[in-house]
Every structure is written in structure tokens, then in C-alpha cells.
Design a protein around this ligand. Structure first.
Ligand SMILES: [Ca+2]
Length: 401
């Protein structure tokens, strides 16, 4: 290599090193952020210190950052500058009318819905024209719906198509499914390219985008971690992970509580079927208050029972715990004891949690253990549900408003 070429390479290497030392507090929209403020950028959460941004990757595995997207969500709601909204697994913040979005770890969750359409048609066997029908759909409270059309007596290989708002999906098996977003009732067109027989159209599910902040499916990721790790998060957002207390607090501060859903499977309960629990209000205080939990609004339709706020036992009947056993508790880890027990609950039960004295549920406990150190979920107020030990958990939030 010639000397000038070598020098040029040195210069390039030096430039790269300088670039890596610290990035300016300017986001991709060209907005400059003041010291002490935070912004989201290229899958990172950045905080400005003296004009330089320190950034932490917060999980952006599938979708690129969308630059310069208008501050409109999929329902057509316009969001003002400075506000944040959630969209298709992204957290978006508006700057001067443009949204900067970062994927933050999301699971599309289909919540089964009672069918609100049931159409049955019998087509004359001699009629070879495509069958077309219109039917109004009710909404799933403004969130996308999953539609499914199944042909009970389809001939093998016959093509079935479903058309919604100009979009068509086809399938050559017995059923075709499509997702769509309905802000209001919309007509649904169902057609066949051949004469066909009897079919039904159902709204199969309301599809919510939930941000998963905790997932356990194997024992591969150790959850017996220290305070720093629970604050910043660990694991991979596409697999088993804990998103991090600071991010959960940012998404669900007390001023803007989230909806919480907990999905679980216990192989010894209902043949390991998925069971769930929801709370209408979930928020965490900030680091200065050790991410204290506020949780309420247990959904009585939940199939897993109330492990977080159930009132039972003498103390709770007397109102001692004010809103449930884990409500109002700070987070504790093996090196940060914020519980009400004389010892350290996190140490004793091998997790990090909003322990009191100590727990009714311990979903960050030791994977595979059927006991209080394990992924226990206890709801003794409900005689129909035994104490559960999960082999699968997802804790997830929907950002509201
Ligand atoms: Ca203690």
C-alpha cells in the first residue's frame, strides 16, 4: 500500500473513531435537543449531556426507523408536536408535525371475539357467477380486526377470496384470513371465482398491538439479576427478555397509565392452554421512587385470576394493603431491598419484583420450578383456579390515550 493511501486510511479510521465517541443531540428530523432531555433515534433511546447524546439500544429488530412520517396514527388521529403515540409496534414521538418512530418490542396479540357477523349463503349449483355480498361490520373498539371466511364444503383447490376496503386476500385452502383496521363500520365483500356452497364470515378476533415487556418461554435467559440489569433490561426483545424498568416507566408513567395483560400457560392446568389476566390501569413511578407499581382495574373476565391485586386474608380484608397485595410496592432485586420483609424477598425467591412480604406472584422467578421460587401465580380467592406455575409468560402493555 502506498504512503498516501495509508495516510488516507488512517484519516478515515480516525474519523470513524471520532464519530463513535459521541453523537450530537440532533435527531434525524434535524431537531436539536437541549441537555438533560431525551429523544428516540435509530432504535436507540438517547439522552443529551452537554451537547452530546448518550444512546442505548432499546430493541429495533424488525422495522427500520420511519423518518418524516406524519403524526397520524392508523385510525386517522392527528397527534400534536411533543406528544407520543403507539403505532404498529412502534413508539412514535412528534417533532414539528413529523413522527419519529422506533420499534420497541411488540407482539400482535389476537384477543378472541364473539363473532358479530354470521352470514350463511346457499348458492344455486347452476349459478356460475361469483358470489358477492355486503355486510356491515361492527368495530373492535377502533383496533384492527381479524376476519376469517371458511368454506364448509370447499372443493380442494378452489380459490376463495376476501376483499375488504379494496384489499384482496386469497387462499386455496378452506379458510382465508385478513387483518384490517376499522375506524367505523365497513362493508365486507366476499367473493368466489367459482360457484360455491355454504360459508360463514366471522370477525375472528380484535387485534391489539401489545408491547411485551417480559417474556419467559425457556430457562435460557437468567432472570435472577441485579438492580442495574432490571432497570436497563436484558435478553432479546424477539425472545425471552425483560424490557427494563426505565422503559416501562417511560411508556406507562402515573400520568398516563397503560392497560396490562399477562398471558400464561401452566402445563398442569387446562392442558397447558393459554390463560390471561388484564388490568385496566398499570403504571410505574420513576427511578427516584424505585419504580413503584400502581395497578388496578382487574378484568373479571380474566381466565387466570387476579394474582397481583386480589384481596384475601385478614390483613387485606381490613384494607391494610390498600388496593391489593402488590399494588403500591417498589421494585426489589437481590442487591436492592425495597420490600416490607425483614429479609430480602428477591434473594429468597430468586427474582426481581414488586415484592411486599413477599409475593402472590413471582413471574420473574426461577424457570421450571414448581414452588414459590418459580413462576408462581396464586389466586386463592378463586376456588376454581389452583396455584399456577407458568412455563410460559408474557407481560405486555397497551399505551392508552
Ligand atoms: Ca426487606
Amino acid at each position: 500500500m502506498s504512503a498516501p493511501m495509508y495516510s488516507l486510511m488512517l484519516v478515515l479510521v480516525t474519523l470513524v473513531l471520532v464519530e463513535a465517541k459521541g453523537k450530537p443531540c440532533i435527531d434525524s428530523s434535524g431537531v436539536s435537543h437541549p441537555s438533560g432531555s431525551s429523544f428516540n433515534e435509530d432504535c436507540n433511546s438517547c439522552t443529551c449531556y452537554n451537547g452530546t447524546a448518550g444512546c442505548t439500544l432499546i430493541g429495533c429488530s424488525q422495522w427500520p426507523v420511519t423518518e418524516g412520517k406524519p403524526c397520524l396514527d392508523s385510525l386517522g388521529v392527528s397527534h400534536p408536536s411533543g406528544s407520543s403515540f403507539n403505532e404498529d409496534c412502534n413508539s412514535c414521538t412528534c417533532y414539528n408535525g413529523r413522527a419519529l418512530c422506533t420499534m420497541i418490542g411488540c407482539s400482535q396479540s389476537r384477543v378472541p371475539k364473539e363473532p358479530d357477523i354470521s352470514m350463511t349463503y346457499t348458492v344455486d349449483g347452476g349459478d356460475s357467477r361469483p358470489v358477492t355480498s355486503h355486510q356491515n361490520l361492527t368495530t373492535c373498539s377502533g383496533v384492527p380486526v381479524e376476519l376469517s371466511v371458511c368454506v364448509r364444503t370447499a372443493r380442494p383447490g378452489s380459490l376463495l377470496s376476501l376483499k375488504v376496503k379494496g384489499q384482496t386476500t386469497s387462499s386455496s385452502d378452506n379458510c382465508v384470513r385478513m387483518f384490517d383496521k376499522f375506524a367505523t363500520s365497513q362493508p365486507v365483500v366476499v367473493s368466489f371465482d367459482e360457484k360455491e356452497f355454504v360459508f360463514n364470515v366471522n370477525v375472528a378476533a380484535c387485534v391489539y398491538n401489545w408491547i411485551v415487556f417480559q417474556r419467559r418461554t425457556t430457562g435460557d435467559v437468567d432472570f435472577y439479576r441485579n438492580w442495574t440489569e432490571y432497570v436497563s433490561g436484558f435478553g432479546d426483545v424477539t425472545g425471552d427478555h425483560w424490557l427494563g424498568l426505565e422503559k416501562i416507566h417511560t411508556l406507562c408513567p402515573p400520568s398516563r397509565p397503560c392497560r396490562l395483560r399477562v398471558d400464561m400457560k401452566d402445563p398442569d392446568y387446562k392442558n397447558g392452554q393459554l390463560i390471561w389476566t388484564e388490568y385496566s390501569s398499570f403504571s410505574l413511578n420513576g427511578s427516584s421512587d424505585n419504580y413503584r407499581l400502581s395497578i388496578s382495574g382487574y378484568d373479571s373476565r380474566s381466565t387466570a385470576g387476579d394474582g397481583l391485586t386480589a384481596e384475601y386474608g385478614e390483613n387485606e380484608k381490613m384494607g391494610k394493603y390498600d388496593g391489593g397485595y402488590h399494588n403500591g410496592m417498589a421494585f426489589s432485586t437481590k442487591d436492592r431491598d425495597n420490600d416490607e420483609y425483614s429479609g430480602n424477598c428477591a434473594n429468597q425467591y430468586h427474582g426481581g419484583w414488586w415484592y411486599r412480604n413477599c409475593h402472590r406472584c413471582n413471574l420473574n422467578g426461577e424457570y421450571g420450578v414448581r414452588g414459590p421460587k418459580g413462576l408462581q401465580w396464586k389466586t386463592p380467592d378463586d376456588p376454581n383456579i389452583p396455584t399456577l406455575y407458568a412455563s410460559y409468560t408474557e407481560m405486555k402493555i397497551r399505551v392508552l390515550g
